[in-house]
Design a binder for this molecule. Structure first.
Ligand SMILES: Nc1ncnc2c1ncn2[C@@H]1O[C@H](COP(=O)(O)OP(=O)(O)OP(=O)(O)O)[C@@H](O)[C@H]1O
Ligand SMILES: [Mg+2]
Length: 481
């Protein structure tokens, strides 16, 4: 700007050049000049977000930058040198409907002139000069906030509902397995004690007992390294083992055999036991080893189940971002994986999940829990579109500027005539009670409004892809959470 020598005087002619005031009468412009003034501001803060909103400013000459605080960062919202731009206490006319504080910070980047008006004066002239407009604006504002409130409550409920339903179901299996295994374990341990007492009371000498104890250790170790067998392999080996046991006069052969097979023990190993134990103690020795092996298998099951539980709890934490700050730099793959864990229950067995992750995908500054809502809605839609069978493909890649996540399904596709409407709030093709039509609206608001990214859809029968692109630098123009 060319710095004027003196601060311009406020005159009706000056104010009339500003679009905001252009249609006001001379008398009213005169009134504004009497109650307001032209001020000159040095580069620096004009006001800070959260301060009492005391003044309304109209830009006459210079440049300003608006910003909002997002966690610890000041995020630029707008930058302008457009004459007539207005900032400050512009919603003074809403009175008590909103807290009268500045909802953003403004700084000027060069010497800048404003027309400045007291918030109270602005409110009075709005009420007095434009009573009908003032009522309409208040109504618009209230309608908008009510809608936002209803939608975000619904959004939170939906999130909570899908989180807790998914989690409860997923936790149920390993928790029940651990409980079952623990109670069986108690019985097995007491049986093992009984068998050992019977063995010790029999004809075993000390050396034979020592050897059997070595076998017990060996069996326990083999359990940990037992190979995974197919159903057919298992049943072949069980038959072979049961025959051997029956031939050697060991009772309950068909109960004992599956446990030995599950532990990775075979006929050769049993032969070694048979050589070490006297013939009349073989049955007792084998049963004692059977209880040992069973105990180990049960303990392994408990370890597996409990670690599955903690994996799920980790996924739930990751999904909900419970103890994290809302805005942070995150690995999108972790978010996608935790969402898939949470949604596992909703994905039918006939739907194959394929992941094509680009390992070089950078971390992205984002509202992580909200992004999980985006994946949830996209995956939910994809799964519902496919029904019982299909392939869900989640792929990622980065071009340096944007991180892209694609969710593809092999469902029937979105008909052309509704393609433009799917992102509208409350648009749904699902029967009443099945869809709120908010899934994609929520996703849109999170990706586009909140992250300044893109959300697009490409669809044809047999292939529908929702494409989310997030700026790798994070949302440059952001809103507070
Ligand atoms: N992957 C998809 N394949 C086919 N149609 C889709 C797909 N995703 C969305 N749609 C269409 O877009 C509509 C709107 O989706 P949106 O997620 O917003 O709402 P909804 O799924 O109907 O309800 P809600 O998400 O609340 O359960 C759906 O009803 C459906 O017609
Ligand atoms: Mg949906």
């Amino acid at each position: 700007m060319t710095v004027p020598t003196a601060i311009p005087e406020c005159t009706p002619d000056l104010l009339r050049t500003l679009f905001l005031f252009e249609s006001l009468s001379d008398e009213r412009l005169e009134y504004l000049c009497q109650h307001g003034q032209v001020v000159r501001v040095e580069p620096g803060w004009l006001y800070r977000e959260g301060d009492d909103a005391t003044c309304f400013y109209v830009l006459l000459d210079g440049s300003l930058v608006m910003s909002r605080k997002v966690v610890d960062d000041e995020v630029e919202v707008n930058r302008t040198s457009f004459r007539g731009s207005y900032v400050g206490a512009w919603n003074a006319y809403l009175g008590d409907l909103v807290p009268q504080v500045y909802d953003q910070s403004v700084r000027v980047t060069e010497i800048t002139d404003f027309f400045e008006l007291d918030a109270a004066v602005l409110r009075d002239v709005m009420v007095e000069w434009f009573p009908m407009a003032q009522h309409l604006l208040s109504g618009l504002f209230q309608g908008f906030t009510n809608r936002q409130r209803t939608i975000s409550q619904r959004e939170r409920l939906l999130a909570l509902g899908s989180l807790s339903a998914g989690l409860t179901h997923e936790l149920n299996n390993p928790a029940a397995a651990a409980v079952r295994a623990t109670s069986t374990l108690q019985q097995r341990v007491s049986k093992m004690r009984e068998k050992l007492a019977a063995l010790a009371a029999g004809h075993l000498d000390e050396a034979a007992l020592q050897t059997l104890i070595k076998f017990q250790d060996d069996a326990a170790q083999r359990v940990a390294a037992a190979p995974k067998l197919t159903a057919l392999e298992s049943s072949d080996r069980e038959d072979e083992l049961a025959d051997w046991l029956a031939d050697h006069g060991v009772g309950h052969a068909y109960e004992v055999a599956p446990t030995f097979v599950a532990a990775g023990l075979d006929v050769d190993w049993l032969e070694l036991v048979a050589n070490a134990a006297p013939a009349d103690s073989l049955g007792g020795a084998i049963h004692w080893l059977y209880y040992t092996v069973d105990t180990e298998l049960l303990m392994k099951e408990i370890t597996d189940s409990t670690s599955r539980i903690s994996t799920l709890v980790d996924a739930a934490k990751q999904y909900s971002q419970m103890d994290r700050s809302p805005f942070q730099t995150v690995d999108l793959h972790q978010l996608l994986d935790s969402t898939l864990v949470m949604l596992a229950r909703k994905i039918p067995p006939g739907v194959k999940v394929v992941k094509h992750y680009d390992e070089s995908l950078p971390l992205v500054p984002s509202y992580a829990a909200e992004l999980n809502q985006v994946w949830t809605n996209l995956i939910d839609n994809a799964v519902q579109a496919m029904g019982e069978e299909g392939t869900l493909t989640i792929s990622t890649h980065s071009d340096g500027e944007y991180a892209t996540v694609k969710v593809n399904d092999t469902g029937p596709g979105i008909p052309d005539d509704i393609k433009d409407r799917v992102f509208e709030p409350f648009f749904t093709t699902k029967p009443i009670g099945y869809g709120t039509g908010l899934g994609l609206d929520i996703a849109w608001r999170i990706v586009v409004n909140k992250h300044r990214g893109y959300l697009k859809v490409k669809s044809e029968p047999g292939s529908t892809t929702f494409i989310v692109r997030l700026p790798v630098e994070g949302p440059q123009i952001g809103e507070t959470a």
